[in-house]
Design a protein around this ligand. Structure first.
Ligand code: BDR
Ligand code: CA
Length: 307
């Protein structure tokens, strides 16, 4: 039986790959895609999600969600994703969003679900947190929450914090407080999944489908990461989806994770206690390693299945 999931996203050059992977994978049943502002503003993340779903000829409903975090101000990340969120690669416009706001839709799906649903968060966690904090009785209907978020060491948007965690740390704290298992694909994991020109070239050779070629075009626009030595760019968000499909490609560790919610330079930091030093109860599973070649082969194989 495919795993029922909701994908909450902010496309985003790497969200684009994650969405395509989810839509191409028979192991998953994507019930809805919900969208927040993040890498770029909500107007663009929403139109990007709609365009990507249309490109894949998918009928999955796409819902608009939060355009800002629970607290504080909205900040985008155009240095990595370009001013339009997809590196300037222009896609044919998709259809209109499906009526219903993200948090309402997430609650409705959970309420109506016969079996529990996995929530996948690859952007700021605002929509997921709004859904679960306004109807906490739905938490048992959540199988698990799988996030690309956080770092156990250095951040990528501040010295302390990873972009998604920093964008809405209060939302992430709400998810950690639900009592449901939370799985983290952190920056240390995604640093092992580097897109290089050679990997893009290998993907390109796998077929002529427009989704595969567009994803290669988009990935070719992402600047190499200075933080990681300049060989390529980390492909963050697909790691969260790939773990659901091929957990055998990953190693994991059970940890406690707490948020730094203070106003100072540590704000948004995920305090990941990998060595059990705090004695805090375990509330998360951290993905620690990924077989990068296996991961990129999986992606290429699945992208080549799409139109
Ligand atoms: C995360 O932030 C965004 O820029 C990416 O889409 C990813 O979700 C990485 O820090
Ligand atoms: Ca993202």
């Amino acid at each position: 039986m495919p795993i029922p999931i909701i994908v909450d996203c902010d496309p985003g050059t790497d969200d684009a790959v994650a969405l395509m992977l989810a839509l191409a994978s028979p192991e998953l049943s994507v019930l809805a895609i919900t969208v927040a502002g993040g890498n770029v503003g909500l107007d663009l993340t929403l139109s990007n999600a709609l365009a990507l779903v249309a490109l894949a000829e998918s009928q999955v409903p796409v819902h608009a969600g939060a355009d800002r975090p629970l607290l504080g101000r909205f900040v985008s990340e155009p240095r990595v994703h370009g001013a339009d969120g997809l590196g300037g690669i222009i896609l044919p416009a998709g259809g209109p969003p499906t009526p219903g706001l993200a948090a309402d839709v997430i609650r409705r799906i959970l309420r109506d679900a016969a079996e529990s649903v996995t929530l996948v968060g690859i952007g700021p966690a605002t929509n997921l947190a709004l859904a679960l904090t306004t109807e906490p009785a739905l938490a048992p209907k959540v199988e698990r929450i799988v996030l690309m978020s956080g770092a156990w060491a250095e951040g990528n948007v501040t010295p302390a914090a990873e972009f998604n965690a920093w964008s809405d740390p209060e939302a992430l704290e709400i998810l950690l407080d639900t009592g449901r298992p939370v799985v983290f694909a952190t920056l240390e994991l995604t640093a092992q999944a580097i897109v290089t020109p050679a990997r893009i070239a290998a993907w390109r050779g796998l077929g002529n489908g427009r989704c595969l070629q567009v994803i290669c075009d988009i990935q070719a626009t992402v600047p190499p990461s200075r933080r990681l030595g300049g060989a390529g760019a980390p492909l963050h968000d697909p790691c969260a989806i790939a773990w659901l499909i091929r957990p055998d490609l990953f190693t994991t560790r059970a940890c406690s994770v707490r948020m730094d919610l203070g106003p100072g330079p540590g704000r948004g930091r995920t305090l990941i206690d990998r060595w059990g030093r705090t004695g805090d109860p375990v509330n998360a599973m951290v993905l620690e390693t990924v077989d990068a070649d296996g991961f990129f082969n999986l992606l290429g194989q699945r992208l080549a299945l799409l139109p």
